[in-house]
Design a protein around this ligand. Structure first.
Ligand code: ADP
Ligand code: MG
Ligand code: ZN
Length: 477
């Protein structure tokens, strides 16, 4: 039997307005190529970097929410290599003395330890022929991304399964988003993951060589790429063949990994301290100031939801797992003044619709005020809870208010007792056998009659009144 060992190296783009060492904008997604550039981030000779204070704050924030130790003294180093996306010929990073040491994220009660978090700068973006922008057999380069501040998070090899790796990435993304450290979007490269994997032979206690998989660009693919490698490695070992220590890429179209370079070809980066930047020295006031910027985090929020709104822990955890969803929930409660009613509707109807349509909460068209309307329609007996659930999909799809839908479709509950009595009398007349049985003591048939009335009225009859009138009519003679 083999046990899987996984460690991740994660690059995170920080949510600063400007780049790490110059004042160019970080807005590289919806810009023309090569517009947010200057002599510093294009590596012109004679320029000097100036550290962006906000990037330091965001790195500390990440350290705090991930339970790390903030190092009051850290340093920048040069990682030297040549590539067109790196105009200086070196990347400024923190190799010898990172800003954060240690930390952990808990997944299913197990602590996945972090080794370090350090600050560095992003490279430019290469677009090769076949990519969306260029149809020529060339490579194009966009320096808008060059010098955007990153943190790199390095875990210990504590992850035991591909699924756990995905859960880790999802939780990390949520925490980073919560604290506004990063957008955390894997799809557009704001969060990028390199995964290291090896296996332990439980019989011999020998650990295999390890493989690093690069270019994984979605949460699903973190799991898929690692599953693929896990299987590939075990198969090689079972055959008694030699596993090559190498870096592999993930091909998301073919859903497989492919060799990129072997360890022997691995570069020597000749790291040395960056002479153009002084040591980064933090004082307590600065760290305290950053602490104050951290919002209520998911676990705290879930506890508060349980206390304040009296909803189950399970519901509270789901509602607070996403900051925008949690905000939405609280706005809906404010409007409906019934926390349980709202949480039930969100947990069942809303989350189901979102899942079916693959929407995020930002896409939801149902305004929080509509939960107040629904509650009012219910409390004034205009509609039943069944109708609430019936019209929910339409509210979701169109964003039309429940009052309007109810009016347009004539779904208002039948309240008028004379009308109800007429309908019920009809039901009773149509079912003489059941009426007979009821009168002979089979009182359970009450439910059957109510059901028939609901069928006839398409769920619009007021259930309490229906019950009461049926009893009156059957028990009176
Ligand atoms: P390197 O210096 O070669 O990059 P590190 O020791 O710095 O190696 O580790 C890099 C990443 O590889 C870390 O995320 C770590 O958790 C992971 N890692 C280390 N050993 C193993 C292993 N045996 N199996 C899987 N991942 C590992
Ligand atoms: Mg490494
Ligand atoms: Zn610049």
């Amino acid at each position: 039997m083999f046990k899987t060992i996984i460690g991740l190296e994660i690059h995170v783009q920080l949510l600063t307005e400007t780049k790490a060492f110059c004042s160019c904008s970080t807005n590289h997604f919806d810009s023309e190529p090569n517009v947010h550039i200057c002599p510093i981030c294009t590596g012109q000779p004679g320029t000097l970097p100036v550290l962006n204070e906000n990037s330091v704050k965001l790195a500390i924030k990440a350290g705090l929410i991930l339970n790390g130790k903030i190092n009051k003294v850290s340093r920048f180093d040069r990682k030297n290599y040549f590539y067109p996306d790196l105009p200086k010929g070196y990347q400024i990073t923190q190799y010898f003395h990172p800003i954060i040491s240690g930390g952990y994220i808990e997944i299913d009660g197990k602590k996945i330890r972090l080794r370090r978090i350090h600050l560095e700068e992003d490279t430019a973006k290469m677009l090769h022929s076949g990519d969306q922008i260029s149809s020529a057999k060339d490579s194009l380069i966009d320096y808008n991304r060059s010098g955007i501040p990153l943190i790199e998070i390095v875990t210990e090899p504590d992850i035991e399964t591909p699924k756990q790796a995905r859960l880790f990435m999802e939780k990390l993304r949520n925490l980073l988003r919560y604290a506004d450290v990063s957008t955390g979007d894997m799809e557009n490269g704001a969060l990028r993951c390199d995964a290291n994997i090896s296996v332990l032979d439980e019989k011999t206690q020998e650990i295999s060589k390890r493989v690093e998989v690069k270019n994984i660009n979605s949460f699903k693919f973190v799991e898929k790429a690692l599953e693929y490698e896990e299987e590939r490695i075990v198969e090689i070992l079972k055959k008694g063949q030699e596993l090559i220590q190498e870096t592999r890429g993930w091909d998301s179209n073919k859903r497989c990994t492919f060799p990129m370079r072997t360890k022997e070809e691995e570069m020597d980066y000749r790291y040395f301290p960056e002479p153009d930047l002084p040591p980064l020295i933090l004082n307590d006031e600065f760290i305290e100031e950053v602490k104050k910027l951290i919002p209520e985090m998911p676990e705290e929020k879930a506890s508060r939801f349980v206390q304040q709104y009296k909803i189950p822990q399970y519901d509270a955890e789901i509602l607070s797992s996403d900051k925008e969803l949690a905000n939405y929930y609280e706005k809906c409660v404010e409007s409906a003044k019934d926390a349980k009613f709202v949480s039930n509707l969100i947990m069942t109807e809303l989350l189901r619709e979102m899942k079916e349509n693959e929407d995020s909460i930002e896409k939801v068209k149902i305004k929080p005020e509509y939960f107040g309307e629904l509650k009012e329609l219910l409390d004034t007996n205009k509609i039943s809870i069944k109708i609430v659930k019936d019209i929910f999909p339409e509210m979701y799809k169109t964003g039309i208010s429940p009052k309007e839908i109810v009016k347009k479709k004539g779904l208002e509950q039948i309240e008028n007792e004379d009308t109800l009595r007429r309908i019920i009398e009809e039901v009773l007349n149509n079912n003489p056998d059941s009426v007979e049985k009821y009168k002979n003591g089979k009182k359970k048939l009450l439910g059957f009659f109510v059901g028939e009335v609901m069928k006839k009225t398409r769920g619009k009859a007021n259930p309490q009144k229906t019950n009461q009138i049926i009893k009156e009519l059957l028990d009176e003679n």
